[in-house]
Design a protein around this ligand. Structure first.
Ligand SMILES: Cc1ncc(COP(=O)(O)O)c(C=O)c1O
Length: 432
């Protein structure tokens, strides 16, 4: 079978045995990944500016991560954290405690972002004795039932699922381009408006003393790569403290250096009560975490939460090696440089009428177009030129750029230029 046949064969087989519920950005058949490059079964070499949706932060198959994984797999692949202790699990928790905002030093490991969010909901409900959770419109927190209840980036994530979790309230997120205030207004005005709406919610819909937690992505991920103004995040901290609710930062997408700090919380100068992490945390293997203070975790009653696979030895070994690579290669500091480079390379698109905004927060960069057709056509044209990108945003109208933090500068520059050329090629004929 030649390489092209192998590619179509894999897709044909996948279409028979995998369910259509799983959406697809592409049907590429990937044979292997190396650094920032993907190799397809058909022999194409594609620049990966998606990192498997913000996961492979040190690139594919980093030698130190591969070594840690293979050595751990040979030593101990599974025992379950509830059955016995093992080095990689404890060592990763210790390492995380050195990079989290001060005081957040105790880690519950799960397998994914959604699971981390579920854990954070349970932790906050049980330890406050309250039930209500406030989340923000446009947020994405995962697809399990509890996490999906907090998720409002698209209504389709709830379609046909009936009643979800009770006592969840949704407040507006300060995302300027989606703000209800009439134009023109700036980010601060949008933030003030959204905060006033949140206060009104506490006056009219949910009594403050019912609120267990306020859960927010400091930077919207799936919702559009839009950062909340720091003033809003700081006011949320004050509000949560005032009403006795926990402030939970969902840093599943923003954590582990992506924003130019280990956690976005540190860029905002705010210490939340709980952080949820996943994605880059496992460096490519499934791993999630709920991180809080010792004092808070001591109040989460023994045996009321757990996981068979959470904090698996191999995932933790991969996570630890990834964290060490990020630290040793200075990748947290590099995130801002990469972000600036991407924005600089996008400059030729700025004046185009179909582009609404270019946004950057560390190495999270977004180009928001005025509709999904343009954004999707642009990434389609980029893929034809061997650069892989994905969209985000309420209507998939945003192209997001998520390079590995150790990508070669030259590769990133070339990839961005390819995208600009691709976007220009389709923008020329795009319907108004
Ligand atoms: C901010 C945020 N929280 C939670 C999740 C859910 O993570 P997972 O897909 O690992 O369950 C995601 C996934 O995209 C995310 O971006």
């Amino acid at each position: 079978m030649d390489r092209v046949d192998a590619m179509s064969d894999l897709e044909t087989r996948a279409r028979k045995v995998l369910p259509p519920v799983l959406g697809h950005y592409t049907w590429l058949s990937i044979e292997r990944g190396q650094g920032s490059w993907l190799h397809t079964t058909g022999g194409r070499r594609i620049l990966d500016l998606t990192c498997g949706i913000a996961v492979t932060v040190v690139g594919h198959a980093h030698p130190r991560v591969v070594k840690a994984v293979t050595e751990q797999a040979a030593r101990l692949m599974h025992i379950s954290a509830g059955v016995a202790k093992y080095e990689s699990n404890v060592a990763l928790a210790e390492a995380l405690a050195t990079i989290t905002p001060s005081g957040l030093d105790t880690v519950f490991f799960g397998n994914s972002g959604a699971e981390a969010v579920e854990g954070a909901i349970k932790l906050s409900r049980q330890t406050t004795g309250r039930e209500a959770i406030i989340a923000f419109r446009g947020g994405f927190h995962g697809r399990t039932v509890g996490a999906a209840t907090l998720t409002t980036s698209k209504a389709q994530y709830r379609r046909g699922y009936g009643a979800l979790l009770p006592e969840v309230y949704i407040a507006p997120y300060p995302y300027l381009l989606a703000c209800a205030l009439p134009d023109p207004h700036d980010g601060e005005a949008c933030a003030s408006h959204c905060f006033a709406e949140l206060e009104a919610m506490l006056e009219h819909e949910v009594p403050p003393e019912h609120v267990a937690a306020i859960v927010i992505e400091p930077v919207l991920g799936e919702g559009g790569y839009a950062a909340a103004p720091a003033s809003f995040i700081q006011r949320l901290r004050e509000l949560a403290t005032k009403i006795g609710a926990l402030l939970i930062f969902d840093e599943v997408q923003t954590g582990m250096g992506r924003t130019g700090a280990w956690f976005a919380a540190q860029r905002f100068g705010v210490v939340p009560d709980v952080i949820t992490a996943a994605k880059a945390l496992g460096g490519g293997l499934p791993l999630g975490a709920v991180i809080a203070t010792r004092e808070r975790m001591e109040r989460w009653r023994t045996g009321t939460h757990g996981s068979t696979f959470g904090g698996n030895p191999v995932s933790c070994a991969a996570g630890l090696a990834t964290l060490e690579v990020i630290r040793d290669e200075g990748l947290v500091e590099r995130a801002e440089t990469l972000g600036n480079l991407m924005v600089e390379e996008l400059a030729p698109l700025r004046s185009h009428p179909r582009l609404r905004e270019i946004r950057q927060f560390g190495a999270m960069v977004a180009a928001e177009f005025d509709n999904k057709t343009v954004a999707k056509a642009a990434i389609g044209a980029a893929l034809e030129r061997d650069v892989l990108l994905i969209t985000c945003g309420f209507h998939d109208q945003v192209v997001r750029f998520i390079p590995a933090l150790n990508i070669k500068e030259d590769d990133l520059r070339k990839g961005m230029r390819v995208f600009v050329e691709a976007a220009r090629s389709i923008l020329v004929g795009a319907p108004a």
